[in-house]
Design a protein around this ligand. Sequence first.
Ligand code: SF4
Ligand code: SF4
Length: 319
Amino acid sequence: MIVDLKIKRFDPSDSGGKTWWQEYSVDIHKDSTVLDALIQVREYEDTSLALRCACRASICGSCGMRVNGNAKLVCKTRVVEVAPNGEQIIVEPMGNQHVVKDLVISLDTFFDQIKRIKPYVQPDESPESGEYIASNESMENLLTSMNCIMCGVCVSDCTVLEVDSNFIGPAALAKAWRFVEDPRDSKKESRLSELNNEDGGIWDCTRCMKCVEVCPKGVSPMDRIMELRESAIESGNKNTPGYHHTESFYNSVKKHGRLDETRLAVDSAGITNVTRLLDLAPVGMKAMIKGKLPPILPHKSEDHKNIKKLYNKVEGEEK
Ligand code: SF4
Ligand code: SF4
């Protein structure tokens, strides 16, 4: 079958870098992957096309690219999946990372993020018997995160990294969770405290779920980040805007049956934090001009009494 590809090219040698789109048509087997089609282009149509791949079995994590706008491992993506009716397939390098040439990105950003979370077990003492023993059950719990093949696909499509390059990122935070949960590690509390307080840490995720959607190995980074938040709170880390935001959200719905947005903004900033409150002033002014300022006094939902009963029931069960 014939497949049409539109590939984003980048030539770094052309005075500061030149970007352009190039179209190709190649004849491939109907069960081929997007990677097969790209290799066909490179081997028979245009040897200047740069791409990276290795195992071709979704194990090594080398061939992450954006296909029709979403990051994927192209060795795991069949052409018929993304172009069921013979549509043109658009292939770009992954996002949020530096492009070296054409479809090849540098992994420096990715590994800089991983290094920030100290990705190794830090035990208290040397093991007595020459190795650290952990029960099967305690390690089974870590499998979701340990399935990560460091492909960078989640980093590519993280919506926070698009606007804040200081965010630690989904892959590194999923790995941080793995060490927080590791029974051999003795730094759980300090890890949680750092992840809680660090600029770009666990509270900067907006829960957009994009990393969950694109991860080819089921690591579900956002879920791991939410578990880190819970662990951080349970460990007594309650001094961040992120925690205050969560607490305000919870209390507001409990009290009014709906979100009190004005209160949420003030509580998140911290009622005594004048600098942060002043930072909110321009946003408030813009919202007011556009007629979108939430009411100063919150409206109660008609169902607020029932909602409160639900809260009381769940809180009672938890006790
Ligand atoms: S859920 Fe959080 S970590 Fe995952 S892509 Fe969205 S913002 Fe990034
Ligand atoms: S969490 Fe998933 S998408 Fe992210 S680097 Fe690991 S395997 Fe790739």
